[in-house]
Design a protein around this ligand. Structure first.
Ligand code: GDP
Ligand code: MG
Length: 282
């Protein structure tokens, strides 16, 4: 009974439930996460003699602690540690969808991208070079049409490969500019010097969340190691004050800007091509 565990994650309307239902059929059960009204959907299937347990996570645009869906998603990933996370990306809306992807990369979870809705993208004259995207992100990308089932068998074959691989996933270093990169290094050093690992998050992800003033992370930090938490808060506090005074900006805004910059730089390296050249229309 060596069942592999997979989690489906992505923006609302990216096609999670469509894929989940296609894969699990009637072999699914729905409950609630403890204490909240967010549905916990789990199902089972077998492919290539491999048993799989699949969880359909709530749709999210980000992994901050601003909504219950975001908290459920990241808590699930850190406490249940699925063997692979299938990040469903809407190919017709790729830049917006990759914002969440950057955060999975930063969490360092075992990841594969299901590039969904390629039929919709095609109708809009958009073609995604999935191989190029895979190279640039450093994760496998499989184009699918969840509604028709096109590509889904290959997706699961590749997801099983990722789940069984002994690759060690670490946090992807996205640069947030000199100021924040330096502070992140300080935070990572502080965390590595202690026994403190908030909620199983890697130090870089914890540092980013501190910079984003993530309430849940701050609370967990204080519970885990009050002394270190204080140091982290002071470090973040002084850079926040500095950025506010000199640039009138909060760290979270800088972080969001750099995430979008990272995505744009990837998409512009030949990942997204148009059937016609939009620029020439103007
Ligand atoms: P979720 O919010 O991520 O669970 O998304 P859903 O599975 O509910 O899908 C949102 C909508 O997109 C539904 O109307 C689906 O039928 C539709 N949909 C899902 N996958 C595809 C696809 O590959 N192609 C097309 N054209 N529509 C899709
Ligand atoms: Mg859904």
């Amino acid at each position: 009974n060596n069942s592999i565990t997979m989690a489906l994650a992505g923006n609302p309307n990216a096609g999670k439930t469509t894929l989940f239902n296609r894969l699990t059929g009637a072999r699914q059960h729905v409950g609630n996460y403890p204490g909240i009204t967010v549905a916990h959907k789990e199902g089972h299937f077998t492919q290539d003699d491999q048993k799989v347990t699949l969880t359909d996570l709530p749709g999210t645009y980000s992994l901050t602690a601003y909504s219950v869906e975001e908290i459920v998603t990241r808590d699930f990933l850190t406490t249940q540690k699925p063997d692979v996370v299938i990040n469903i990306v809407d190919a017709s809306n790729i830049e917006r969808n990759l914002y969440l992807t950057t955060q999975f990369l930063e969490m360092g979870v075992p990841l594969i991208i299901a590039l969904n809705m390629i039929d919709v993208a095609k109708d809009r004259g958009i073609e995604i070079q999935s191989q190029k995207l895979a190279e640039l992100l450093g994760v496998t990308v499989v184009p699918i049409v969840a509604r028709s089932g096109e590509g889904t068998e290959e997706l699961i074959r590749q997801a099983i490969n990722v789940a069984k691989s002994d690759k060690i996933w670490t946090s992807r270093d996205i640069s947030y500019g000199d100021d924040l990169d330096e502070v992140l290094m300080e935070i990572i050093t502080l965390i590595n010097e202690s026994s403190f690992l908030v909620n199983n998050y890697n130090p870089r992800f914890t540092g980013i969340k501190y910079l984003e003033h993530d309430d849940q992370m701050l609370t967990k930090g204080q519970e885990a190691d009050p002394l270190l938490a204080k140091k982290l808060e002071q470090t973040v506090g002084s850079i926040s004050d500095h950025l506010l005074k000199t640039m009138d900006v909060y760290p979270e805004a800088i972080i969001a800007d750099h995430r979008y910059g990272f995505i744009k730089s990837i998409v512009r390296q030949g990942v997204m091509t148009h059937a016609f050249d939009i620029d020439r229309l103007y």
